[in-house]
Structure formats: C-alpha cells, structure tokens
Design a protein around this ligand. Structure first.
Ligand code: NAI
Length: 330
C-alpha cells in the first residue's frame, strides 16, 4: 500500500497520543489540525487521501464537495454519533464514512452516574464550602437514589450500561426505545414516553440525534414531568430545547439539570475560553444556576475509550485503503 496521508481535524494532544500509538507500523501518515473541519478549513485537505473528524466538525454537502475535489473518498469519524455528516450527500458523492460505533459505553454511562450523584448530593457546592472552612450542611440535602425512579430514553449500548450501573443503586428503572432489547428488559420496564415522563424522578437521554429526536425535550414534554425532576443529557445537545429547559428551571419544574452536551456547543466546547465573554445568553444563564451542572462533552473521556477510538479509527482507515469492510461503515 502506498503511504497514505490523513488530515486529522479537531485534534488535541490527547487525540494525537492515542492515534499515534494505534498507528505504529501501519504506514499511514497522520497530520494533526486543531481546527474544526468546516467549509472555511476544507481547503486544507489538498494533498490528503482521507480525513478524520470529531463530533463538532461540519461535514455538509459543500465540505464534502471540496473533499471530493481534493480526491478524498474516506472520512474516519472518531465518534459514535454521525448527525454532523450529510450521509445522503456522502453517498451521492462516493465518499465512504466510517465511525467508531461502540467504544467503551461504560465511559459515558459512568459520567452520567457521576452527574446524577454530583447534582443530587450537591458535590460542587459542598467542595467549595469546605474549602472555605464552612461545614454547614444547610442547603446540601439530597435524596436516596435507592427506590427512586430513573427513566432511560434509548436503551442501546450506553443506555444499557447506565441501567446496569443504576440497578446497583437499587433504582427502579423505566425505559423507552423504539427497538426494545431483551438485555435492557432484565434491568428495567419498557413503557411509553408519557409514563416515563410522568413517573421518573431522574430522566437520562441516551438516544441519537435524528429528525424524530430533535428537541425531544421541549416545553410540552417538560410539562408532563414530575415537579423537581432531574434531567441528564450526555447524548447530543439538540435533544433538548435549551430555552425550554431554562424556562422549566425558572418555574421549578426541572429541579436539576446535568448537561454534558449542548446544542450550540460547536463554538464553545473543547477549548479554553476562560476570561472571554460568552455570547450565548441561554448558556450563560444556565451556567449561573446552582442546580445546573455542565461538563464540556467529556462523557467519552477515559483512557480506555480514547485507546479504543484510536485503534478503531486506524483500523477503519486501513480497511478502506485495502478494500475491506469492517462493519463500521455508515
Ligand atoms: P446505540 O446506537 O447503541 O443506541 C442508541 C439507541 O437509541 C438505540 O437502541 C436506538 O433504537 C435508540 N433510539 C433511536 N431513536 C430513538 C428515539 N427517538 N427515542 C428513544 N430511543 C431511540 O448508541 P450508543 O452507543 O448507546 O450512543 C447513544 C448516543 O450517545 C449517541 O448517539 C451519541 O449521540 C451519544 N454519545 C455521547 C458521548 C459523550 O461523550 N457524551 C460519547 C458517545 C456517544
């Protein structure tokens, strides 16, 4: 195989570490770009044979057309979700797209549980208080997860791993998925969304972002939930209408909000904006609420997951150049 050159977009030092490790001895040359792939940066792909992208790269038709003009026929996603890629255009233009479908679902599931516990037991508030030598407990009251009802929306790999972890706490689990699985049914009871919204103390989203799931959580669905519900989204930002969630918090309907993803995270996450003014008022307001916990899309961020992402991405690229299928093609 001739030496193939890959342009790796949205890359950070940790991506380079794990990709270089997986790439040893393959003959692929990886060049790292910190920029996101989008129309303005697509020109950088001249002279490359493939690109590798992440969650906030914008792989729409104009970008795909530029890639094709530069002779590129392969996009290796370093993530499971692919809502940022125009797959119809990719197919029409003959560009293969492969993803990393199932890397360490426990990484995201464990982060989900961490968010639930941190919000419930007000860990950030407690941490700050104790640092100031304030050992007062007033305002830190939590609730037992045991016997509380957790509703899981999407019972694929991550939803199932979350259910397994939460069953260890003695939670009562309700779940919804258009394609129920026997494995998930061992841990929880499938029901329709109306019942899940009505009965859950905690609701956690684990479905992909699609046309049907866009703004799944909105003013109407929030109105169906229990007063004081805890809502967790570690899946994709646009599953939640953030303005409606903010209104739900103001009304006291949503008692706690945990977000690892945000609809407009593309201009915010994965970079250091400390000292900068945030121009997104909804996001800034959400951050100001004491019962909101936001993390910057770090659910996947464990060494096990990054190692698997690196390995699978390199395998996907090699398979493409050798004319093999891996099953990870979209
Ligand atoms: P998966 O494909 O194994 O499972 C997704 C499940 O959602 C499937 O069972 C599917 O039938 C179900 N589903 C589809 N549409 C639905 C709907 N409208 N309502 C309810 N369920 C629906 O995917 P996996 O690996 O469990 O990942 C889930 C999502 O987690 C990904 O799509 C991605 O957006 C997100 N994710 C977030 C990460 C993070 O770092 N925060 C990292 C990896 C994935």
């Amino acid at each position: 195989m001739d030496a193939k050159r890959i342009a790796v977009f949205s890359s950070k030092p940790y991506d380079k570490h794990f990709l270089d490790e997986a790439n040893q001895g393959t003959g692929l040359t990886l060049d790292y770009f910190e920029n996101r792939l989008k129309w303005e940066t697509a020109k950088l792909t001249e002279g490359y044979d493939a690109v590798s992208c992440f969650v906030n790269d914008i792989v729409d038709r104009p970008v795909l057309e530029t890639l094709v003009d530069n002779g590129i026929r392969m996009i290796a996603l370093r993530c499971a979700g692919f809502n940022n890629v125009d797959l119809v255009a990719a197919k029409e233009l003959g560009v293969q797209v492969a993803r990393v479908p199932g890397y360490s679902p426990e990484s995201v599931a464990e982060h989900t549980v961490a968010m639930i516990l941190a919000l419930n037991r007000k860990i950030t508030k407690a941490y700050n208080r104790v640092k100031e030598h304030n050992f007062d407990l007033d305002g830190l009251l939590g609730f037992n997860l045991q016997k509380s009802t957790v509703g899981i929306i999407g019972t694929g790999k991550i939803g199932l791993a979350t259910m397994r972890a939460l069953s260890g706490f003695g939670c009562r689990l309700l779940c919804y998925d258009p394609y129920p699985s026997e494995e998930a049914a061992k841990y929880g009871e499938y029901c329709d969304l109306d019942r899940l919204y009505r009965e859950s103390d905690v609701i956690s989203l684990h479905c992909p972002l699609t046309e049907e799931s866009y703004h799944l959580i909105n003013a109407q669905t929030i109105a169906q939930m229990k007063a004081g519900v805890m809502l967790i989204n570690t899946s994709r930002g646009a599953l939640v209408n953030a303005q409606d969630a903010l209104d739900g918090m103001k009304q006291g309907k949503i008692g706690y909000l945990g977000l690892d993803v945000y609809e407009l995270e593309g201009d915010l996450f994965f970079r250091d904006l400390s000292g900068k003014v945030l121009h997104d008022d909804v996001f800034a307001l959400l951050l100001s609420y004491p019962n909101v916990l936001v993390t910057g899309h770090q659910g996947y961020f464990t060494k096990e997951a990054l190692s698997e992402i690196g390995q699978t991405t390199i395998d996907n690229l090699q398979a493409h150049f050798e004319g093999r299928q891996t099953g990870n093609e979209l």
